[in-house]
Ligand binder design. Structure first.
Ligand SMILES: NC(=O)c1ccc[n+]([C@@H]2O[C@H](COP(=O)([O-])OP(=O)(O)OC[C@H]3O[C@@H](n4cnc5c(N)ncnc54)[C@H](OP(=O)(O)O)[C@@H]3O)[C@@H](O)[C@H]2O)c1
Length: 325
Protein backbone atom coordinates (compact mmCIF):
# COMPACT_ATOMS: atom_id res chain seq x y z
CA UNK A 1 0.00 0.00 0.00
CA UNK A 2 1.14 3.58 -0.56
CA UNK A 3 -0.23 7.08 -0.02
CA UNK A 4 -1.66 9.11 -2.88
CA UNK A 5 -3.67 12.29 -3.19
CA UNK A 6 -6.86 11.42 -5.06
CA UNK A 7 -9.27 13.88 -6.67
CA UNK A 8 -12.76 12.49 -7.27
CA UNK A 9 -15.70 14.22 -8.95
CA UNK A 10 -17.60 16.52 -6.61
CA UNK A 11 -15.40 15.72 -3.60
CA UNK A 12 -12.48 17.59 -2.05
CA UNK A 13 -9.05 16.09 -2.81
CA UNK A 14 -7.89 13.69 -0.07
CA UNK A 15 -5.00 11.41 0.85
CA UNK A 16 -5.85 7.73 0.34
CA UNK A 17 -3.99 4.47 0.94
CA UNK A 18 -4.02 2.62 -2.40
CA UNK A 19 -2.10 -0.28 -3.96
CA UNK A 20 -0.42 -0.91 -7.33
CA UNK A 21 -3.72 -2.16 -8.82
CA UNK A 22 -5.07 1.40 -8.47
CA UNK A 23 -2.34 2.70 -10.83
CA UNK A 24 -2.97 2.99 -14.55
CA UNK A 25 -1.05 0.96 -17.15
CA UNK A 26 2.36 2.36 -18.16
CA UNK A 27 5.82 1.21 -19.14
CA UNK A 28 7.74 2.47 -16.13
CA UNK A 29 6.87 2.17 -12.43
CA UNK A 30 8.56 4.73 -10.18
CA UNK A 31 9.06 5.07 -6.45
CA UNK A 32 8.33 8.78 -6.28
CA UNK A 33 10.39 10.95 -3.95
CA UNK A 34 9.31 14.47 -4.86
CA UNK A 35 6.62 16.33 -6.76
CA UNK A 36 5.85 20.04 -6.77
CA UNK A 37 2.95 22.49 -6.77
CA UNK A 38 2.44 24.42 -10.00
CA UNK A 39 -0.51 26.68 -10.86
CA UNK A 40 -2.05 23.76 -12.79
CA UNK A 41 -1.74 21.50 -9.74
CA UNK A 42 -3.74 24.06 -7.80
CA UNK A 43 -6.49 23.76 -10.42
CA UNK A 44 -6.36 19.94 -10.39
CA UNK A 45 -6.45 19.78 -6.58
CA UNK A 46 -9.58 21.96 -6.73
CA UNK A 47 -11.16 19.44 -9.14
CA UNK A 48 -11.16 21.93 -12.05
CA UNK A 49 -12.75 20.13 -14.99
CA UNK A 50 -10.57 22.04 -17.49
CA UNK A 51 -7.49 20.33 -16.05
CA UNK A 52 -8.81 17.03 -14.64
CA UNK A 53 -9.69 15.03 -17.77
CA UNK A 54 -10.98 11.91 -15.96
CA UNK A 55 -11.94 11.12 -12.37
CA UNK A 56 -10.52 9.73 -10.16
CA UNK A 57 -7.12 11.39 -10.66
CA UNK A 58 -3.84 11.45 -8.80
CA UNK A 59 -2.71 15.05 -9.47
CA UNK A 60 0.90 16.24 -9.76
CA UNK A 61 2.35 17.34 -13.12
CA UNK A 62 5.93 16.77 -11.89
CA UNK A 63 7.64 13.75 -10.41
CA UNK A 64 11.17 12.76 -9.49
CA UNK A 65 12.09 9.30 -8.23
CA UNK A 66 13.68 5.90 -8.83
CA UNK A 67 12.55 3.29 -11.35
CA UNK A 68 11.30 0.11 -9.67
CA UNK A 69 10.13 -1.74 -12.81
CA UNK A 70 10.45 -1.01 -16.51
CA UNK A 71 9.20 -2.44 -19.82
CA UNK A 72 11.12 0.29 -21.66
CA UNK A 73 14.60 -0.41 -23.03
CA UNK A 74 15.54 3.18 -22.05
CA UNK A 75 15.14 2.58 -18.30
CA UNK A 76 16.07 -0.09 -15.76
CA UNK A 77 15.26 -0.54 -12.05
CA UNK A 78 17.40 1.77 -9.95
CA UNK A 79 17.55 4.58 -12.56
CA UNK A 80 16.89 8.07 -11.15
CA UNK A 81 14.36 9.81 -13.39
CA UNK A 82 12.19 12.90 -13.72
CA UNK A 83 9.01 13.74 -15.62
CA UNK A 84 7.32 17.08 -16.31
CA UNK A 85 3.90 17.17 -17.93
CA UNK A 86 3.17 14.67 -20.72
CA UNK A 87 -0.39 14.60 -19.40
CA UNK A 88 0.36 13.35 -15.88
CA UNK A 89 -1.68 15.09 -13.22
CA UNK A 90 -4.32 15.93 -15.88
CA UNK A 91 -5.39 12.96 -18.02
CA UNK A 92 -3.16 10.38 -16.35
CA UNK A 93 -2.11 9.77 -12.76
CA UNK A 94 0.67 12.07 -11.59
CA UNK A 95 3.32 12.63 -8.98
CA UNK A 96 1.44 13.48 -5.78
CA UNK A 97 1.79 9.88 -4.56
CA UNK A 98 4.51 7.58 -3.30
CA UNK A 99 4.33 5.50 -6.51
CA UNK A 100 3.58 6.24 -10.16
CA UNK A 101 3.34 4.28 -13.39
CA UNK A 102 3.97 6.36 -16.52
CA UNK A 103 4.73 6.25 -20.23
CA UNK A 104 8.43 6.23 -21.05
CA UNK A 105 8.11 8.76 -23.93
CA UNK A 106 8.83 11.93 -21.96
CA UNK A 107 10.72 10.45 -19.00
CA UNK A 108 14.33 11.58 -18.74
CA UNK A 109 17.27 10.67 -16.50
CA UNK A 110 17.86 12.93 -13.51
CA UNK A 111 20.91 15.08 -14.36
CA UNK A 112 23.84 13.84 -12.25
CA UNK A 113 24.60 17.30 -10.84
CA UNK A 114 21.02 18.00 -9.70
CA UNK A 115 19.57 16.33 -6.58
CA UNK A 116 16.08 14.84 -6.66
CA UNK A 117 14.61 17.59 -4.49
CA UNK A 118 16.21 20.35 -6.59
CA UNK A 119 14.93 18.73 -9.79
CA UNK A 120 11.44 18.93 -8.30
CA UNK A 121 12.11 22.53 -7.30
CA UNK A 122 12.91 23.27 -10.94
CA UNK A 123 9.89 21.19 -12.05
CA UNK A 124 7.50 22.22 -14.80
CA UNK A 125 7.90 25.90 -13.87
CA UNK A 126 11.68 25.88 -14.34
CA UNK A 127 11.47 23.67 -17.41
CA UNK A 128 9.00 26.13 -18.96
CA UNK A 129 11.18 29.11 -18.02
CA UNK A 130 14.11 27.46 -19.81
CA UNK A 131 11.94 26.77 -22.88
CA UNK A 132 11.24 30.52 -22.86
CA UNK A 133 14.91 31.44 -22.52
CA UNK A 134 15.82 29.06 -25.39
CA UNK A 135 13.11 30.70 -27.54
CA UNK A 136 14.57 34.15 -26.88
CA UNK A 137 18.01 32.84 -27.84
CA UNK A 138 16.62 31.14 -30.97
CA UNK A 139 15.14 34.46 -32.08
CA UNK A 140 18.56 36.06 -31.85
CA UNK A 141 17.92 38.37 -28.89
CA UNK A 142 21.24 38.71 -27.06
CA UNK A 143 21.77 40.70 -23.82
CA UNK A 144 22.95 43.74 -25.80
CA UNK A 145 19.53 43.99 -27.50
CA UNK A 146 17.97 45.60 -24.41
CA UNK A 147 15.85 44.91 -21.34
CA UNK A 148 13.90 41.68 -20.91
CA UNK A 149 10.59 41.73 -19.02
CA UNK A 150 9.36 38.87 -16.83
CA UNK A 151 5.71 39.02 -15.74
CA UNK A 152 4.22 37.02 -12.86
CA UNK A 153 7.71 37.54 -11.50
CA UNK A 154 7.32 36.23 -7.94
CA UNK A 155 5.61 33.02 -9.14
CA UNK A 156 7.32 29.77 -10.12
CA UNK A 157 7.92 30.34 -13.85
CA UNK A 158 8.75 34.01 -13.20
CA UNK A 159 11.28 33.36 -10.43
CA UNK A 160 13.24 30.76 -12.39
CA UNK A 161 13.08 32.87 -15.57
CA UNK A 162 14.64 35.85 -13.75
CA UNK A 163 17.50 33.72 -12.39
CA UNK A 164 18.16 32.13 -15.78
CA UNK A 165 18.03 35.36 -17.79
CA UNK A 166 20.19 37.29 -15.31
CA UNK A 167 22.63 34.38 -15.30
CA UNK A 168 22.95 34.76 -19.09
CA UNK A 169 23.70 38.46 -18.69
CA UNK A 170 20.33 39.97 -19.64
CA UNK A 171 19.11 43.09 -17.85
CA UNK A 172 15.83 41.82 -16.37
CA UNK A 173 12.80 43.86 -15.31
CA UNK A 174 10.45 41.95 -13.00
CA UNK A 175 6.74 42.83 -13.05
CA UNK A 176 4.93 41.80 -9.88
CA UNK A 177 1.75 42.48 -7.94
CA UNK A 178 4.00 42.14 -4.88
CA UNK A 179 6.67 44.62 -5.99
CA UNK A 180 6.98 46.10 -2.52
CA UNK A 181 6.99 43.00 -0.35
CA UNK A 182 8.94 40.79 -2.80
CA UNK A 183 11.18 43.49 -4.33
CA UNK A 184 14.28 42.38 -2.42
CA UNK A 185 13.60 38.73 -3.26
CA UNK A 186 13.28 39.56 -6.98
CA UNK A 187 16.47 41.68 -6.95
CA UNK A 188 18.36 38.85 -5.22
CA UNK A 189 17.28 36.53 -8.06
CA UNK A 190 18.88 38.98 -10.48
CA UNK A 191 16.21 41.52 -11.45
CA UNK A 192 17.76 44.90 -12.27
CA UNK A 193 14.37 46.64 -11.95
CA UNK A 194 11.11 45.72 -10.21
CA UNK A 195 7.86 47.31 -11.37
CA UNK A 196 4.23 47.09 -10.29
CA UNK A 197 2.13 44.78 -12.45
CA UNK A 198 -0.71 47.33 -12.30
CA UNK A 199 1.16 49.10 -15.15
CA UNK A 200 0.07 46.24 -17.43
CA UNK A 201 -3.25 45.11 -16.01
CA UNK A 202 -5.68 47.40 -17.84
CA UNK A 203 -6.15 47.57 -21.61
CA UNK A 204 -3.86 50.16 -23.24
CA UNK A 205 -2.99 51.65 -26.62
CA UNK A 206 -2.11 49.21 -29.46
CA UNK A 207 1.42 50.69 -29.66
CA UNK A 208 3.21 52.21 -26.68
CA UNK A 209 6.73 53.39 -25.86
CA UNK A 210 9.09 50.61 -27.00
CA UNK A 211 10.84 49.18 -23.91
CA UNK A 212 11.43 45.43 -24.12
CA UNK A 213 13.77 43.45 -26.35
CA UNK A 214 12.07 40.29 -25.13
CA UNK A 215 9.60 39.10 -22.52
CA UNK A 216 8.54 35.91 -20.76
CA UNK A 217 4.86 36.24 -19.84
CA UNK A 218 3.00 33.98 -17.37
CA UNK A 219 -0.01 36.27 -17.17
CA UNK A 220 -1.80 36.61 -20.57
CA UNK A 221 -4.85 38.85 -21.13
CA UNK A 222 -4.38 42.67 -21.06
CA UNK A 223 -0.92 42.22 -19.56
CA UNK A 224 0.31 40.31 -22.60
CA UNK A 225 -1.39 42.83 -24.92
CA UNK A 226 0.45 45.72 -23.21
CA UNK A 227 3.75 43.81 -23.27
CA UNK A 228 3.37 43.30 -27.03
CA UNK A 229 2.56 47.01 -27.44
CA UNK A 230 5.81 47.91 -25.59
CA UNK A 231 8.14 45.47 -27.37
CA UNK A 232 10.88 46.99 -29.53
CA UNK A 233 11.29 46.46 -33.27
CA UNK A 234 12.24 42.81 -33.91
CA UNK A 235 11.66 41.76 -30.28
CA UNK A 236 10.20 38.46 -29.11
CA UNK A 237 7.55 37.70 -26.51
CA UNK A 238 7.12 34.19 -25.10
CA UNK A 239 3.59 33.47 -23.90
CA UNK A 240 3.57 30.69 -21.33
CA UNK A 241 0.69 31.32 -18.96
CA UNK A 242 -2.71 32.78 -18.19
CA UNK A 243 -2.67 33.83 -14.53
CA UNK A 244 -4.69 36.95 -15.45
CA UNK A 245 -6.75 35.36 -18.23
CA UNK A 246 -6.74 33.31 -21.42
CA UNK A 247 -7.91 36.21 -23.59
CA UNK A 248 -5.55 38.38 -25.64
CA UNK A 249 -7.10 41.77 -26.46
CA UNK A 250 -4.46 42.98 -28.92
CA UNK A 251 -4.22 44.30 -32.49
CA UNK A 252 -1.92 43.52 -35.43
CA UNK A 253 0.04 46.76 -34.81
CA UNK A 254 2.99 45.30 -32.82
CA UNK A 255 3.46 42.70 -35.56
CA UNK A 256 3.13 44.82 -38.70
CA UNK A 257 4.77 48.02 -37.41
CA UNK A 258 7.44 46.62 -35.08
CA UNK A 259 7.99 43.11 -36.50
CA UNK A 260 7.41 41.67 -33.03
CA UNK A 261 7.31 37.89 -32.72
CA UNK A 262 4.82 36.27 -30.35
CA UNK A 263 5.76 32.67 -29.64
CA UNK A 264 4.62 30.08 -27.13
CA UNK A 265 5.99 27.61 -24.60
CA UNK A 266 4.33 24.22 -24.08
CA UNK A 267 5.94 22.06 -21.43
CA UNK A 268 3.28 19.31 -21.55
CA UNK A 269 3.81 18.17 -25.12
CA UNK A 270 7.46 19.17 -25.47
CA UNK A 271 9.30 16.54 -27.53
CA UNK A 272 12.01 14.46 -25.90
CA UNK A 273 14.82 16.34 -27.69
CA UNK A 274 13.63 19.68 -26.24
CA UNK A 275 13.27 18.12 -22.76
CA UNK A 276 16.86 16.88 -22.93
CA UNK A 277 18.16 20.21 -24.27
CA UNK A 278 16.31 22.28 -21.65
CA UNK A 279 17.30 20.04 -18.74
CA UNK A 280 20.95 19.98 -19.83
CA UNK A 281 20.88 23.78 -19.91
CA UNK A 282 19.12 23.97 -16.52
CA UNK A 283 21.73 21.65 -14.97
CA UNK A 284 24.56 23.70 -16.45
CA UNK A 285 23.23 27.22 -15.84
CA UNK A 286 20.80 27.53 -12.95
CA UNK A 287 22.44 28.88 -9.81
CA UNK A 288 21.45 26.26 -7.22
CA UNK A 289 21.76 28.65 -4.28
CA UNK A 290 19.25 30.95 -6.01
CA UNK A 291 17.02 27.93 -6.64
CA UNK A 292 17.20 27.03 -2.95
CA UNK A 293 16.33 30.61 -2.01
CA UNK A 294 13.08 30.44 -4.00
CA UNK A 295 12.05 26.98 -2.74
CA UNK A 296 9.76 25.88 0.11
CA UNK A 297 9.41 22.16 0.92
CA UNK A 298 6.19 20.67 2.27
CA UNK A 299 4.76 17.21 3.02
CA UNK A 300 2.05 15.42 1.04
CA UNK A 301 -0.79 16.53 3.33
CA UNK A 302 0.23 20.21 2.96
CA UNK A 303 -0.20 20.03 -0.83
CA UNK A 304 -3.94 20.54 -0.50
CA UNK A 305 -3.65 23.92 1.22
CA UNK A 306 -0.76 25.10 -0.99
CA UNK A 307 -2.86 24.21 -4.04
CA UNK A 308 -5.52 26.71 -3.05
CA UNK A 309 -2.91 29.34 -2.12
CA UNK A 310 -1.21 29.17 -5.53
CA UNK A 311 -4.55 29.94 -7.21
CA UNK A 312 -4.77 33.03 -5.02
CA UNK A 313 -1.36 34.21 -6.28
CA UNK A 314 0.22 34.23 -2.83
CA UNK A 315 2.81 31.46 -3.21
CA UNK A 316 6.37 32.74 -3.71
CA UNK A 317 8.73 30.91 -6.05
CA UNK A 318 8.61 27.13 -6.02
CA UNK A 319 7.04 24.59 -3.67
CA UNK A 320 8.49 21.06 -3.51
CA UNK A 321 6.36 18.23 -2.18
CA UNK A 322 8.31 15.55 -0.29
CA UNK A 323 5.71 12.86 -0.94
CA UNK A 324 7.11 10.57 1.78
CA UNK A 325 6.78 13.22 4.47
N1 LIG B 1 2.89 26.76 -21.09
C1 LIG B 1 3.28 25.87 -20.19
O1 LIG B 1 3.75 24.78 -20.51
C2 LIG B 1 3.20 26.25 -18.75
C3 LIG B 1 4.02 25.66 -17.80
C4 LIG B 1 3.99 26.12 -16.48
C5 LIG B 1 3.07 27.10 -16.13
N2 LIG B 1 2.24 27.60 -17.08
C6 LIG B 1 1.30 28.67 -16.74
O2 LIG B 1 2.08 29.79 -16.35
C7 LIG B 1 1.40 30.51 -15.34
C8 LIG B 1 2.31 30.60 -14.11
O3 LIG B 1 2.49 29.30 -13.56
P1 LIG B 1 3.25 29.14 -12.18
O4 LIG B 1 3.24 27.68 -11.87
O5 LIG B 1 4.50 29.91 -12.23
O6 LIG B 1 2.18 29.87 -11.21
P2 LIG B 1 2.45 30.82 -9.97
O7 LIG B 1 3.61 30.34 -9.19
O8 LIG B 1 1.14 30.97 -9.29
O9 LIG B 1 2.85 32.22 -10.65
C9 LIG B 1 1.91 33.03 -11.29
C10 LIG B 1 2.18 34.48 -10.92
O10 LIG B 1 1.38 35.31 -11.75
C11 LIG B 1 1.03 36.48 -11.04
N3 LIG B 1 -0.43 36.60 -11.04
C12 LIG B 1 -1.33 35.82 -10.39
N4 LIG B 1 -2.57 36.25 -10.62
C13 LIG B 1 -2.46 37.33 -11.42
C14 LIG B 1 -3.41 38.22 -12.01
N5 LIG B 1 -4.71 38.09 -11.81
N6 LIG B 1 -2.95 39.22 -12.78
C15 LIG B 1 -1.62 39.37 -13.00
N7 LIG B 1 -0.68 38.56 -12.47
C16 LIG B 1 -1.11 37.55 -11.70
C17 LIG B 1 1.60 36.33 -9.64
O11 LIG B 1 2.90 36.93 -9.62
P3 LIG B 1 3.16 38.36 -8.90
O12 LIG B 1 2.58 38.25 -7.53
O13 LIG B 1 4.65 38.49 -8.92
O14 LIG B 1 2.47 39.38 -9.76
C18 LIG B 1 1.79 34.83 -9.50
O15 LIG B 1 2.76 34.51 -8.56
C19 LIG B 1 0.09 29.76 -15.10
O16 LIG B 1 -0.93 30.34 -15.88
C20 LIG B 1 0.39 28.36 -15.58
O17 LIG B 1 -0.76 27.65 -15.94
C21 LIG B 1 2.29 27.20 -18.36
Amino acid sequence: MFRAIVVDEGKPAEIREVDDDFLQPGEVTIDVEYSSINFKDGLALAGNAGVVRAFPLIPGIDLVGTVSASDSPRFAPGDRVLLNGDGIGEGRFGGLAERARVRADALIPLPVTVSASRAAAIGTAGFTAMIGVLAIERHGILPAAGDVLVTGAAGGVGSVAIALLAGRGYSVTASSGRAEEEGDYLRRLGAAHVIDRAEFSESGKPLQKARWAAAIDSVGSSTLANVLAQTIYGGVVVSCGLAQGADLPTTVMPFILRAVTLTGANSVQAPLALREQAWAALAAELDLSLLDSMTTTIGLADALETGSRILGGTVRGRTVVDVRR
